[in-house]
Structure formats: C-alpha cells, structure tokens
Design a protein around this ligand. Structure first.
Ligand code: 48F
Length: 258
C-alpha cells in the first residue's frame, strides 16, 4: 500500500509538471485576476500552467476587508457571479459575497477548466529569447525562502502573465535585470498610487496589457506598473482585468499561429 500511495503521488505530479514544461500560457500568481485569466485561457483550449508561491492559491481574496470575510462587487458583475454559482446579497447597491466561497469558486473553476495549478512554486525570473519573454524560471518556495543555493528550472511559454499583485514581481525583475524599456510613460515601473476606489477599478482594466513582447500584466500588478491607484477591498476590476488579460493573450497566441 505504502509504495502505491507514494508512486501515485510522484508519478501523477511529475506527469502534470512534465506535460506543462512547454505551455501556451504561464500565469504567475493565483490571485483573482490570475485565476480568472487562467480559467478563460484553459477554456479556450490553451495549455495553461499557473504558478503560485503560497501553499494556498487565492491571493488577497480570502481575507475580505480587514479579515471580515465579505467582498463587494459592482452590479455589472452579476452574470459572472451567477455563472460561477456564488451566492450574494445586495447592500448599498453592491453585490456582497462571502470571500471564502468566492475564492474557492474561482480556484475550482480554474482547475476544472483545465489549468495546471502549481502551488509552493515561486517564479524568480523570466526566460528571454530574441528580445521576447519565452518562459519563466521556477523554484520551490521553501528553497527560495531559505536562500538555499539550489538552481531553478525553466518552464517555457508563448505568453506569460504577471498577476503577482501589488509587488509586480516579474515586471520589476525584468526591468532590473535587463536594459529594457516598458510601454509605460517613463519606460519603467511607475509604482502604485494611494487608494482611490473608482479610479483604481477603472484603471486596472485599462492597464491590463502587454508591457513587453510576450509579457502581460493584470490586477494590482497592472496598476503598480502603470502608476494607478489601489482600490482596497472591491473586486470587480480584478475579475474584469483577468478577463481582458485572457482575451489579449489568446489573441496574441492566435496571431503567432496565423
Ligand atoms: O495579490 P493578489 O490577490 O493579486 P491580484 O489578482 O488581486 C489583488 C487583490 O487581491 C487585492 C486588491 C483588490 O482590490 O487590491 O489585493 O492583483 O494575488 C497575487 C498572488 O501572486 C502570488 C502571491 O502569493 C499571490 O497569491 N505571487 C506573488 N509573487 C509571486 C507569486 C511569484 N514570484 N511567484 C509565484 N507567485
């Protein structure tokens, strides 16, 4: 029994990892925008690997506002909430949902749609080829945290999404390590502005785009890169950003196939 249990885990996990070593899309960060983007790309038949450095996917959605497990959405998100079957109540003109139910639903939807979700794996760098992002450099999160001298592995991808949230980890690494110019006003990472809900929600969709050939940004990473406001615990913009990221990435993949 013991051998069979161990073998079933090791062999099925390595099979999943091995199958995704060359993916169509790699998503980095399993917060709301990354989960939504992954789900839609997988639904369109793309091979999608989603890397999350924490043990639990979900990012900043679990904790609601100040650990009160409620998150509000704008009324226009009603069809999305109904589609994923999350219950809501109407308060102050907003759709209020349980943040735990919502986060679990997004994770379930992404995996059910075919996303290969790898947790406890940190993306520490990008792989560039001929002036284009061609993959990500990955290591086990505990290895990175302990600062162990262990080399990472590379997962190649035709398109990559930085959905790492407020730190915009990947874009910052790209700029720091390479002499490149982004499609931002200054050519670098502008930095997140202070909280302004309506502005932040509007901007996050606008800022969701390709910032360097092969590299897209979504969610708070997009606002940090383009110098827009944070919005705090309202989440409609995150979902819309994930939807837009998936559409742009799918179009880019289709262009490469034409
Ligand atoms: O921060 P996060 O939830 O990203 P998001 O989709 O959503 C932001 C909201 O949660 C909230 C907000 C809404 O109003 O402002 O903050 O922009 O999730 C980002 C995920 O990326 C993971 C991190 O652990 C988190 O789960 N992450 C960050 N850096 C890396 C990473 C990395 N280098 N490799 C892998 N995962």
């Amino acid at each position: 029994m013991e051998d069979r249990v161990t073998r079933s885990i090791v062999e099925s996990y390595t099979q999943k990892l091995s199958h995704h070593l060359a993916s169509d899309a790699v998503i980095v960060g399993a917060g709301p925008s990354g989960l939504v983007a992954a789900s839609l790309l997988a639904r369109r038949g793309r091979k999608v690997a989603l890397f999350e450095r924490s043990l639990a996917p979900g990012g900043g959605m679990w904790g609601g506002g100040m650990l009160m497990s409620r998150i509000p959405f704008q009324a226009e998100l009603l069809p999305f909430l109904e589609e994923i079957g999350v219950r809501h109540t109407l308060k102050e003109g907003l759709l209020v949902v349980d943040s735990i139910e919502m986060t679990a639903a997004l994770i379930q939807r992404a995996t059910h749609d075919g996303t290969a979700l790898f947790t406890c794996q940190s993306v520490e760098d990008l792989h560039l080829r001929r002036g284009r992002v061609a993959g990500v450099v990955v290591n086990w999160s505990p290895v990175v945290k302990a600062g162990l001298p262990v080399d990472p592995l590379v997962v190649s991808a035709r398109v990559v999404l930085d959905s790492t949230g407020h730190p915009a980890d990947l874009v910052k690494t790209l700029v720091r390590k390479n002499n490149i110019t982004l499609s931002t006003p200054s050519g670098g990472v502008e930095g997140e502005r202070s909280l302004e809900m309506e502005e932040g929600e509007r901007a996050v969709v606008e800022a969701t785009k390709e910032v360097f050939p092969g590299l897209f940004v979504s969610g708070m990473a997009a606002n940090a890169v383009f110098g827009f406001a944070r919005m705090g615990p309202i989440f409609g913009g995150m979902l819309l950003s994930g939807i837009k990221a998936a559409e742009l990435m799918d179009a880019s993949l289709a262009k490469g196939e034409a």
